[in-house]
Design a protein. Structure first.
Length: 232
């Protein structure tokens, strides 16, 4: 019997992955707005309550649109590549105006973006909670570390450190039935792994979840924005 026939499905029915309350729905991690169509098969799904599932949607749309506008250097829908973002901004002129207010020119005339950091952090933590719940177990406490920035703002040493797998030996084996346990036995439940990363959609989204005394989640969005979230 393969490890996928164990009880990992039952592990994911205890509570909302984001607040711990009784779940009455499910949520894709990452959100579909962060991915391109056609969507990957078997996207990770975690239990959620309706309040959390709907409560993050505005900030998720903001982040997806912000990333695309930053990469394309414009907040005009006609200048964007991603169809989902173009549709979002056409349907939501208020969001387009909000993103325009994020645009600045520095002293050299170069375009820079000043995002609403609280909204970005909100989604980074939400995503990390979802990945932790899916791969290991829920993390409902406030994280001990949250960091995110564009790769362009990182030094070469910081990029190497971020992409390298942590060298600390695991202090505990993954829980039997967890997706991390399945992956340890060479049976990825979905997506595929590359150099320690779980690639949900190439070029669009990848993540890593490690337990080395701390639960450490790393994410890369659109190969532009990196994020680390840690619970000790």
């Amino acid at each position: 019997m393969g490890t996928h026939n164990l009880f990992h499905d039952r592990r994911l029915k205890g509570g909302c992955s984001y607040c711990g309350s009784k779940p009455d729905t499910s949520d894709h991690v990452p959100s579909k707005i962060l991915l391109d169509d056609p969507l990957p098969l078997d996207l990770p799904v975690v239990p959620a309550c309706s309040a959390c599932n709907s409560g993050f949607s505005w900030d998720e749309e903001y982040l997806a649109c912000l990333l695309e506008c930053t990469l394309c250097g414009t907040a005009s829908p006609s200048g964007l590549r991603r169809n989902k973002v173009r549709r979002s901004l056409k349907k939501n002129p208020a969001l387009a105006k909000r993103l325009l207010r994020c645009m600045r020119a520095d002293d050299a005339g170069r375009l820079i973006w000043q995002p609403e950091m609280d909204r970005v952090r909100n989604i980074m933590v939400k995503l990390a909670r979802g990945h932790a719940a899916y791969e290991l177990y829920s993390q409902l406490d406030e994280p001990d570390e949250v960091g995110f920035a564009p790769f362009l703002a990182m030094s070469d040493d910081e990029k190497i450190a971020f992409h390298s797998a942590r060298q600390v030996a695991p202090q505990a084996w993954p829980e039997i039935g967890s997706h991390a346990f399945q992956r340890a036995f060479g049976e990825p439940p979905d997506a595929y792994q590359r150099g320690g990363w779980i690639v949900v959609q190439p070029g669009r989204y990848r993540y890593s979840v490690e337990e080395t005394g701390s639960v450490f989640v790393r994410m890369v969005l659109s190969e532009y924005l990196f994020c680390t979230v840690r619970w000790d």
